[in-house]
Design a protein around this ligand. Structure first.
Ligand SMILES: Cc1ncc(C[n+]2csc(CCOP(=O)(O)OP(=O)(O)O)c2C)c(N)n1
Ligand code: SF4
Ligand SMILES: [Mg+2]
Length: 312
């Protein structure tokens, strides 16, 4: 079996296959919202019919970035803010891969915001999960791009003077073709949204509210939450750009007033993902580029065995 012949094989997949054989104990704090992302992703992958050898998970730096260590698939723990360019390159080289990129609000909406904008604009076919805890968690609680105005931290002891970034509005303006917000405290919705995002052909952005009980006491646990699809107050068409823009602006404003609105906010119809656009112009061959350079004779399994034995 090669990395290529594994893609597209039909078989039953169990969510436990996404737990690494040598299971590292997550170092996330008790009560951290990050556990919910891991769980939802493990549940979503079998539902979309993907096996670990068909998935690449690229993560940034932060508590959130540790996700790729706890999830069995191809993985790449990138440098800060750079998960998306790596994920894009991998998807263009091997379009059969199911590519998921993930990282924190600092990683994606701060240092990596340029990549976020342009990956959305180009509509690369992947899922991008942003663990939004409104704080820099790993480095001990500094103000992040989504921290509310007035939020006090070691870097802003008098309270942040900045208005926070509006992640979904930024995503829509940049060109993402699927945008949703979910929360760690709502595991059923989180799994369903990840399933939709993974199935979506194009750039799917999920702003995932993940509480940080250690450093961000202000954010509490994002409860109670409302699913905008279940509440008559929010009667908007997710495929209508203007209606979606209004709904997400409202949700982003109300988050800072203590009201948590989650759900699907935007889905664009009939838009080709970037790899297909490139193939249509003739700029990209239909045969996966990576296959040209794949060495069938390399001893992949031996390399993996060696790695596992070094860590047991
Ligand atoms: C280039 C660079 N700048 C700064 C850092 C330090 N650093 C590590 S994680 C992080 C922020 C993490 O915040 P976020 O992305 O929100 O992730 P979280 O820990 O909250 O999940 C920073 C500033 C770094 N590792 N690399
Ligand atoms: S510091 Fe916050 S984000 Fe990081 S593991 Fe602990 S609770 Fe989670
Ligand atoms: Mg964060």
């Amino acid at each position: 079996m090669t990395a290529f012949s594994a893609i597209g094989e039909e078989r039953e997949i169990d969510r436990h296959e996404f737990t690494p054989e040598v299971e590292p104990q997550p170092t996330w704090c008790p009560g951290c919202g990050d556990f919910a992302v891991l769980k939802a992703l493990k549940q979503a992958m079998p539902e979309v019919g993907r096996s670990p050898e068909e998935v690449l998970l690229v993560t940034g730096i932060g508590c959130s970035g540790k996700l790729s260590s706890y999830f069995e698939s191809y993985g790449y723990h990138a440098i800060h803010g750079r998960s998306l360019p790596i994920a894009r390159a991998a998807k263009l080289a091997n379009p059969g891969l199911e590519v998921v990129a993930a990282g924190g609000d600092g990683d994606g909406y701060g240092i990596g915001a340029n990549h976020f904008m342009h990956t959305a604009r180009e509509n690369h076919d992947m899922t991008y999960i942003v663990f939004n805890n409104e704080i820099f968690g790993l480095t001990k609680g500094q103000t992040s791009p989504t921290s509310p105005k007035g939020h006090k931290s070691k870097t802003q002891p008098h309270g942040s003077a900045k208005d926070p970034v509006r992640p979904m509005s930024l995503s829509l303006a940049s060109g993402a073709s699927y945008i949703a917000r979910t929360a760690a405290v709502n595991p059923r919705q989180a799994k369903e949204i990840l399933v939709e995002a993974i199935r979506h052909d194009g750039f799917a952005h999920v702003d995932f509210l993940t509480q940080c009980p250690t450093w961000n006491k202000d954010a509490k646990e994002y409860v109670p939450y409302t699913d905008v699809q279940d509440d008559d107050e929010f009667d908007f068409d997710v495929t209508d750009r203007r209606e979606a823009a209004e709904a997400m602006y409202d949700a982003e404003s109300r988050l800072y007033e203590g009201e948590v609105l989650t759900g699907r906010f935007y889905r664009q119809r009939n838009r080709l993902p970037y790899d297909e656009e490139k193939q249509a112009t003739g700029e990209m061959p239909s045969e996966p580029l990576a296959e040209r350079y794949f060495d069938e004779d390399a001893e992949w399994e031996r390399a993996a065995d060696e790695l596992i034995s070094r860590h047991t």
